[in-house]
Design a protein around this ligand. Structure first.
Ligand code: HSE
Length: 404
């Protein structure tokens, strides 16, 4: 029997208990012995829960119990999740987590602590909810040089954009639904500001390039400024608006960013709707592979947490590969101004010739005129050039979107 402790009995914690209970037989068949939940750490009381006798409030009980081999941290947020994780690893316990905030901020340090103490720190559920993406990047794509990763990494914002675009639902109502469905963060500002996607893309960048970039320093735009007019403009070009997180190497430096993009129908991310996430990985051998599935939610995320528990349980005693990330130094991070892509420029009024203005942006021809808006899609240019051209145009510029 393997004894484990769960930190947190909230949305994901209770989902993990459910998975370990409902799918007990197949998990036991895979692991080769029962997985026993010995403790559940939570501040709250659960008098009606069949697990009430396992609930404890003192983390030291877990830390000092030599029977506990695996700790699943599902507290969310940085503190005390980081401190508990560090202490558990230092006490020789394996830790699994879907906590992207801790992995994105402290992953490099925690992986080193795990390696020094002969244990593992696994975080399959931290990106893409239930989608297997971390293990495939580490193992199955190991022979590839990763060229880029682009994805829809936040289920809540994808749900909101889908409801606004497809179903004509207002932003606030759609956000309320995402919260009710258990997709959103405790503070949904983390979803809609792009912060959650920023944490996830720096984790993927670290797996691809070995450097962990501080998520608070990357270019991050959320969806709060997106209007029904923007969605209509995108539709006028046959595109949908998606919150895209992207990473690649630019001149050997790590570029990571999050921003709403117009996505055309030829791109596989176009059809990724509702709470689903899609992650396109380009590798030098494989070409492009797409990972697709539910990006948030109680049971999909618990599925990833339990997979990590099972991975550790079957490999206890054997020497697993030790993952190592370096915190990215300032000169290892690319200047966002050098990131190049096509843009959709949107103007409210163009007094002179629209075609001439378009040509000055290297417009690809198709000009959209509707509801007081004039829009066209440019040739690829850098972020810096796009900003300079918009400022120099001298006409009333509304906003621009990157185009995938
Ligand atoms: N709030 C997150 C999302 C949960 O909506 O994607 C999964 O990480």
């Amino acid at each position: 029997m393997i004894n484990i402790a769960l930190l947190g009995f909230g949305n994901i914690g209770s989902g993990t208990v459910e998975v370990l209970t409902e799918n007990r037989i197949q998990i036991e068949r895979y692991v080769g012995c029962p997985v026993n939940i010995k403790y559940i750490l939570d501040r709250r009381d659960f008098p009606d829960s069949p697990w009430k006798n396992r609930i404890i409030r003192n983390f030291d009980i877990i830390l000092n119990d030599p029977e506990i081999k695996i700790v699943a941290e599902m507290l969310g947020g940085s503190h005390p999740a980081y401190e508990y994780t560090k202490a558990a690893l230092m006490a020789g316990k394996h830790v699994v987590t879907p906590n992207k905030e801790v992995v994105a901020k402290f992953g490099a340090e925690l992986l080193d602590i795990a390696a020094k103490n002969g244990v593992r720190y696994l975080f399959e559920g931290s990106v893409g909810g239930g989608i297997p993406i971390i293990r495939p990047l580490i193992n199955d794509l190991a022979a590839n040089g990763i060229i880029s990763i682009s994805g829809i990494l936040n289920g809540t914002t994808n749900y909101i954009l889908t409801r606004m675009g497809r179903d004509n639902i207002g932003y606030s109502e759609a956000l309320g639904e995402a919260q009710a469905l258990g997709y959103a963060e405790a503070n949904p500002a983390d979803d809609v500001s792009g912060a959650d996607a920023a944490r996830k893309i720096v984790i993927l960048a670290a797996l691809a390039f070995g450097k962990l970039v501080n998520p608070d320093t990357i270019h991050t735009e959320g969806i709060t400024g997106i209007t029904q007019e923007d969605i209509k403009t995108a539709a006028g070009f046959g595109c949908s608006i998606k919150l895209i997180a992207h990473t690649e190497l630019v001149d050997g430096r790590v570029l990571a960013m999050v921003a709403p993009h117009f996505v055309g129908p030829e791109n596989p991310l176009f059809g990724v709707n509702d709470v689903f996430n899609g992650i396109l990985v380009a590798g030098d051998l494989i070409g492009r592979v797409m990972f697709y599935g539910p990006g948030a939610g109680r049971l999909p995320t618990a599925s990833a947490v339990v997979a990590d528990i099972a991975d550790i349980a079957v490999n206890i005693g054997s020497s697993a590969r030790k993952l190592h990330w370096d915190p990215a130094k300032r000169d290892e991070v690319a200047d966002f101004g050098n990131y190049s892509c096509r843009f959709c420029f949107i103007f409210s009024d163009v007094p002179g010739s629209v075609d001439m203005l378009g040509r000055s942006f290297g417009s690809l021809g198709n000009v959209l005129r509707e509801e007081g808006r004039i829009a066209f899609i440019s040739e690829p240019m850098t972020e810096k050039e796009a900003g300079e051209k918009a400022a120099a145009s001298g006409v009333s510029f509304i906003k621009r979107f990157r185009v995938l």
